[in-house]
Design a binder for this molecule. Structure first.
Ligand SMILES: NC(=O)C1=CN([C@@H]2O[C@H](COP(=O)(O)OP(=O)(O)OC[C@H]3O[C@@H](n4cnc5c(N)ncnc54)[C@H](O)[C@@H]3O)[C@@H](O)[C@H]2O)[C@H](O)CC1
Ligand SMILES: [K+]
Length: 487
């Protein structure tokens, strides 16, 4: 069976998987030999001109993989020199070391030469503190000499759980990992420090890899079965009616971006609910999208009696925070899904408990904070350096009974029940003004069509990235809706 590229396994869980593999009779030394062989193969394939392999070996099994790779590289005719320390006695790493006797030099002895390639087998899953001063000095020397680095499992210094360096950290051109990706391979800045990823099957059976705590890479399998059908026979009301709230005249464009994105997602009807000052400007811009003037709470209450309204986006360019809170409580009562973005999020800074109470019961709220908004709402989580971005998004989702889309180059989508996905392939061009408004509209459109909340958020984030890829370089947020892929 092919290796599953969509599961993310934490280093701790990987340790348990290794143990389960050993308990089921799989030879752990065989796994190490296979790991080392994959590392050697990547070095030979990617650096055919290299003259010397500088293999850095740590005290644990990561170092063991390094000894295996060192032996195979030497056998291939390459000059090999090892630096680092002897392995802890008694384990697989000591066994690997014994198969390839010879010197292991102190780090300080390495003099960079043209034609060197570093095999970084110092620390992998077992990293539990900042690297020592001599390793830090070596990392600096390698950086200055621009020596290419192939990392074994993880660049040493990088936490596989959080994607954050614990101190000094290698920057690899290639990272060779085994059995499953770890969160640190996709979360930033880890993803950049890993370079090109090579995920290798070393013989751990797939049945051992899934766990209750699985985090996924965002991919079609998470949502495809829930995408709304688009059969031509559908009456427009079964395709939903999305409402996007517009802010005042000056910031009315944000709502248009959301509304257009919602319409492109296939929502049957989209209405911009505009404050009176914005009605004229919206009227001159909107064609397929309808408009309704909503002056205040009373007018909104009236309108919400229409049970065909099936999803709401509030926040983009909205402005008035007090009004945003008041409207959001009415939307909560209406019982339909709501996307809270931008000013809608800021409106609940310091009032997250109030928000959680409004949306108790079945989950129907999506929060789409970027870094700054997340901090504004959840300062304690944002400041807790022991937590990964996944942990933070999950904790916020649980506390708010909402699906949280914690945006960034590594957007994390988390549900209150613990499901979580990391979206790792959105192009950098998405970091542009108004892009978040489009995302809120896409998710709103999918929700209005009846898609379940977590699945709509995962699909929305993926479609947003795909739209940006199709739009190509130099995109502006206005370009995105036209590229939203057909359902
Ligand atoms: N299924 C697999 O994925 C397999 C992975 N393999 C490799 O094994 C390592 C994990 O090995 P482990 O021994 O658990 O941990 P490490 O080698 O990463 O390091 C543990 C070792 O290092 C000490 N230590 C931790 N941090 C520091 C530090 N900053 N400074 C100094 N010392 C530190 C710690 O105390 C331990 O003594 C995995 O990454 C793969 O490469 C198997 O080979 C095959 C199966
Ligand atoms: K490493």
């Amino acid at each position: 069976m092919a290796i599953d590229r969509t599961v993310l396994v934490s280093p701790d869980a990987m340790g348990q998987i290794d143990k389960a593999a050993a308990d089921s009779g799989i030879d752990s030394f065989g796994l190490m030999r296979s790991a080392g062989a994959h590392v050697a193969a990547v070095v030979l394939a990617r650096f055919p001109q290299a003259q010397r392999a500088v293999v850095l070996c740590g005290p644990g099994n990561n170092g063991g993989d390094g000894h295996v790779a060192a032996k195979l590289l030497e056998r291939s005719g390459m000059e090999v020199q090892r630096f680092g320390m002897e392995p802890k006695p008694g384990g697989d790493a000591a066994r690997a070391r014994a198969l390839f006797p010879g010197d292991i030099c102190p780090f300080a002895d390495w003099r960079p030469r043209a034609g060197d390639v570093i095999v970084d087998a110092l620390f992998g899953a077992g990293l539990d503190r900042p690297v020592s001063g001599d390793v830090e000095a070596l990392i600096e020397r390698a950086g200055r000499a621009k020596t290419p680095v192939v990392a074994v499992d993880l660049p040493s210094g990088l936490s596989g759980r959080t994607g954050e360096p614990t101190g000094a950290c290698f920057r690899a051109l290639h990272t060779v990992t085994f059995a499953a990706l770890k969160p640190g391979h996709l979360l930033m800045p880890g993803r950049e420090l890993c370079g090109e990823m090579h995920l290798c099957d070393i013989g751990i059976p797939a049945r051992l890899i899934a766990s209750d705590d699985t985090v996924w890479r965002n991919h079609r399998g998470l949502y495809a079965a829930h995408m709304p059908g688009s059969a031509a026979s559908q009456h427009k009301y079964t395709r939903g009616h999305l409402v996007v709230f517009s802010g005042p005249l000056i910031s009315s464009g944000a709502a248009r971006l959301s509304a257009m994105a919602g319409l492109r997602c296939g929502a049957g009807l989209v209405t911009v609910a505009a404050q009176p000052s914005a009605v004229m400007v919206q009227a001159t811009h909107l064609t397929a999208i309808m408009q309704r003037a909503i002056r205040d709470v009373a007018e909104l209450t009236d309108w919400l009696g229409d049970s065909r309204l099936s999803g709401f986006v509030i926040g983009p360019g909205f402005g008035d925070l007090e009004k945003a809170r008041a409207y959001t409580s009415l939307l909560a009562e209406a019982g339909q899904p709501v996307v809270l973005d931008a000013d809608g999020l800021t409106a609940f800074a310091g009032k997250t408990e109030e928000l959680a109470e409004l949306f108790a019961g079945e989950t129907r709220l999506v929060l789409t904070p970027h870094e700054g908004e997340f901090r504004r709402l959840f300062a304690d989580l944002a400041d807790d350096v022991t937590l990964s971005k996944i942990d933070r998004a999950r904790a916020a989702a649980r506390a708010q009974n909402a699906v949280v889309v914690y945006k960034g180059a590594d957007s994390v989508i988390a549900a209150p029940d613990g499901r979580a996905a990391v979206n790792a392939d959105a192009p950098a061009s998405l970091a542009t003004a108004g892009s978040g408004d489009v995302l809120a509209g896409i998710i709103g459109g999918l929700l209005a069509r009846g898609m379940p909340v977590f699945e709509a958020a995962c699909a929305g984030v993926a479609m947003h990235g795909e739209a940006a890829r199709r739009a190509g370089r130099g995109l502006t947020a206005e370009d995105l809706p036209a590229h939203i892929p057909a359902l």
